[in-house]
Structures are given as structure tokens and as C-alpha cells.
Design a protein around this ligand. Structure first.
Ligand code: AMP
Ligand code: GLY
Length: 423
């Protein structure tokens, strides 16, 4: 099979690494990819926003299958355009990608199909939103409706904070994404990420993971795209997984189909495990980054036929097997991230991979033959272990061998699971 992978982050490096191990693979291309992905794929300079150019390339190389990593091309309808010319594509249609692209869309779906989530209302202007906040009281959550690079959500512990967040949205802090606002009840509990494939009819549960959103140790400082993750998430017991499938995923699949937007691709469900059980915080319609890195380390099965079955409506014929070990990934980021940071700082050394550990590239580039850091989140040091505690020790030992002066990482990735394992 000839495969084209779209994307350039640590998520796509993990996908490329796994796809490259498939005996079914004849050729792997990545657009635009990164220097780590270049170990497994031929990099292609394509403007992914130019769907006609992507289609022309796919035709020229007789690509059988396109895997779309990030959300932006999905929300822009790249999967629809590829499928329209007969190219099998992993990733939802533009209509189904609204599950991530519009928080209001997802909340309305939850309301229609009785999917557990926080009570909410949608607003197109500030005053009625503020009246609703005043009536409900704090804590309360304010969300820009559209894609805001993970920054459009304010968990307001006070009414004043909530009112300010509403003003921010309508004053354009998140551009068009904030033209509509969702005000949502605060859910109290432990968060977990749950991943599940669907071909529009069948669901295949993957694994669970826990992200670390805040930049600083002890979950302090501003939110980021994610500073590290581990899998599995202990809060997602077999019972919680079963309840999530029955109460959240299955009604989503049937509801989306009933509404004329059948979903094919990966559900990345952000859950809050509350006293009542699993409740949906949000859906993403692509793999999490860095959650994908730990999932790929733990996946024993060949990834390629699983993704292909998802895209071609034959998910009932495949299964996914997982290693019993835990996996943990540490994000090495440029000093200053998520604020301003220097670009093109040199990375002198990245340690060799092994069966049990691997450094994925997220924001790197080659300047001549020198590897440099170009992004905020730059490397994902990922390791397996019998326990999260062991995976954490392996990952930090490896991270400490990376030679990159301008890099930093959190030193406590996995702390909740490690505390549980010690208890
Ligand atoms: P999001 O960008 O939608 O993932 O939201 C960012 C973070 O805000 C989530 O990971 C949660 O920690 C938090 N959050 C979002 N919605 C709620 C809610 N209804 N109750 C409590 N926390 C929330
Ligand atoms: N790590 C969170 C995300 O990919 O959205």
C-alpha cells in the first residue's frame, strides 16, 4: 500500500514510525513531515491547504491511502475532497469534524441524544451570556465556540473571571472562534482522554491516556498544547471504559449517522470522571498530541490495517492489541513556551531509540546538516515501563541525555499515577 501522511508534529512522527513497521506498506510519504519523520517516510513539500495540489500529488504517486493527522485540514474538508476522487482517507468529513470545530455543535448533539455532559447554553452576544453566568454563579466554564488552538476555554472560579472571559471572546481575543460562546457547568472530577475508532457504524476502543496541560510542575502556570502524557490512565477502569462506550461513544456514532453526518476516524474524547460517572468535556477528531505518542508505543498490532479498516467501513474485521506496559512521554519545549521563545536553537544530540524508548520529533528542522528547534514543543521523549513509575524513570533518564541548551521540560510527568502506584 502507498500511503501519504499529512502533518508535521510529534503525533505524526509516532504515526509514521508505526505505519513504517507495517508489512503492508510499499511506500510512505509525509507532507510536510519533519526531520524525525524523514527516517520513515519521503518528505513532500505540499501546501496542505491547497486540496487540488494534494490530490494531484496523490494521483501522481498512485497513493492508496491518506492519513490526516491534525484537525485543521479535517475542518477544512480535505478528507471529503480526497474521498470525492476515490482516495481512501483516514479522518472525518468536514461536517463530522464539527465535533471538534464547534463546541456548540457537540453540546447540541449531546442534548439531542442524551449524552452526559455539563449543562450549557450558547450565546451570540455578551449581555445574555453574562446574565446566564450571574444566574448560575461560579465556578463556571466559558468556551469560545470555534478552534482556538486550545486557548479558548476559561474555567472561571469566580463570577468576575467568567464575565471577563465573555468580554475577551466577544472582543475578538480568539478571532472568529469567539463570535459564539458556550457557557457550561463546571464538572468536578478527574480528567482522562479516551481514544476510539469508528467507521461510521462500528466502534473499536483504543486506549486511554492522561495529558498534562499546564506548563509548570504541580500543574501550575499557563495552559499549553500538552507537556507530557502517559497511558493507560488508571481512572479509566474497565467499567468506566464500558460506560464511556455505551453512554457516550455509541450514541455519538448513531446520532451523527442519524443526523446525516456519519463519523469515520478517531474520537478523542476528553472526559471528566465525576461522581455520576464519565461525562463528556469535549471531542477532538484526531489523535491527541502527545497522547498519540504513548498510544503508538503501547500498540502491539499493525496500525496500518486498523486505520485502513476505519476509512473503508470494515472496522468490524480488525482488532487492536496492546502491551501491558505503561508508556510515558515527556515534552521538551523551547524556553519561554507557551509564551515567546527563540527559534532555530541548535539541538546537539538526540539519544538512539530502542524497543522500549524513542524520541519523537515535534518542532525540529534541518538547517544544512544541523538540527534546530523551530517550534514551542520540540521533542517527545517516550518510554515504556512495567509501571508508570518505571516508564517515568526511563523517560527522564533518556531526556537527560538530549543535548539542547534552550530546552526545558516538566520534571513531574505522570505524578498522579506515580502517587497511586506508591499508595
Ligand atoms: P479544552 O480546551 O476544551 O480541552 O478545555 C481545556 C480544559 O478546560 C480541559 O482539559 C479541562 O481541564 C477544562 N474544562 C473544560 N470544560 C470543563 C468543565 N465543564 N468543567 C471543568 N473543567 C473543564
Ligand atoms: N494534547 C491535547 C491535544 O492534542 O489536544
Amino acid at each position: 500500500m502507498k500511503v501519504l501522511l499529512i502533518g508535521s508534529g510529534g503525533r505524526e512522527h509516532a504515526l509514521a514510525w508505526k505505519i513504517a513497521q507495517s508489512p503492508l506498506l510499499d511506500a510512505l510519504y509525509a507532507a510536510p513531515g519533519n526531520p524525525g519523520i524523514a527516517d520513515h517516510a519521503t518528505l513532500v513539500e505540499l501546501n496542505v491547504e491547497d486540496h487540488a495540489a494534494v490530490i494531484a500529488f496523490a494521483k501522481e504517486k498512485a497513493i492508496d491511502f491518506v492519513v490526516i493527522g491534525p484537525e485543521a485540514p479535517l475542518v477544512a474538508g480535505l478528507a471529503d475532497d480526497l474521498r470525492a476522487v476515490g482516495i481512501a482517507t483516514f479522518g472525518p468529513s468536514k461536517a463530522a469534524a464539527q465535533l471538534e470545530g464547534s463546541k456548540g455543535f457537540t453540546k447540541d448533539l449531546c442534548a439531542r441524544y442524551d449524552i452526559p455532559t455539563g449543562a450549557y447554553q450558547r450565546f451570540k452576544s455578551a449581555e445574555p451570556a453574562k446574565d446566564y453566568v450571574r444566574a448560575q454563579g461560579a465556578p463556571i466554564v466559558i468556551k469560545a465556540d470555534g478552534l482556538a488552538a486550545g486557548k479558548g476555554v476559561t474555567v472561571a472560579m469566580t463570577e468576575a473571571e467568567a464575565l471577563a472571559a465573555i468580554d475577551d471572546c466577544f472582543d475578538g481575543a480568539f478571532g472568529a472562534a469567539g463570535a459564539e460562546v458556550v457557557v457550561e457547568a463546571f464538572l468536578d472530577g478527574e480528567e482522562a482522554s479516551f481514544f476510539c475508532l469508528s467507521d461510521g457504524k462500528t466502534a473499536l476502543a483504543l486506549a486511554t491516556a492522561q495529558d498534562h496541560k499546564r506548563v509548570g510542575d504541580g500543574d501550575t502556570g499557563p495552559n499549553t498544547g500538552g507537556m507530557g502524557a502517559y497511558s493507560p490512565a488508571p481512572v479509566m477502569t474497565a467499567t468506566m471504559v464500558e460506560r464511556t462506550m455505551k453512554e457516550i461513544i455509541e450514541p455519538t456514532i448513531s446520532g451523527m449517522a442519524k443526523d446525516g453526518n456519519p463519523f469515520s476516524g478517531v474520537f478523542f474524547a476528553g472526559l471528566m470522571i465525576t461522581a455520576k460517572g464519565p461525562e463528556l468535556i469535549e471531542y477532538n477528531v484526531r489523535f491527541g498530541d502527545p497522547e498519540c505518542q504513548v498510544l503508538m508505543m503501547r500498540l502491539k498490532s499493525d496500525l496500518l490495517p486498523i486505520l485502513y479498516a476505519t476509512a473503508t467501513g470494515t472496522l468490524d474485521r480488525v482488532d487492536a492489541e496492546w502491551r501491558d506496559e505503561a508508556a510515558l512521554t515527556i515534552v521538551l519545549a523551547s524556553k519561554g513556551y507557551p509564551g515567546a521563545y527563540d527559534k532555530n536553537t541548535p539541538i546537539a544530540h538526540i539519544p538512539e531509540a530502542s524497543e522500549e524508548a524513542k524520541v519523537f520529533h515535534a518542532g525540529t528542522a534541518l538547517k544544512g546538516d544541523r538540527l534546530v528547534a523551530t517550534g514551542g514543543r520540540v521533542l517527545n521523549v517516550t518510554a515504556l515501563g512495567k509501571t508508570v513509575t518505571e516508564a517515568q524513570a526511563h523517560a527522564y533518564a533518556l531526556a537527560d541525555r538530549v543535548e539542547w541548551e534552550n530546552g526545558f521540560c516538566r520534571r513531574d510527568i505522570g505524578w498522579q499515577a506515580v502517587a497511586r502506584e506508591k499508595a
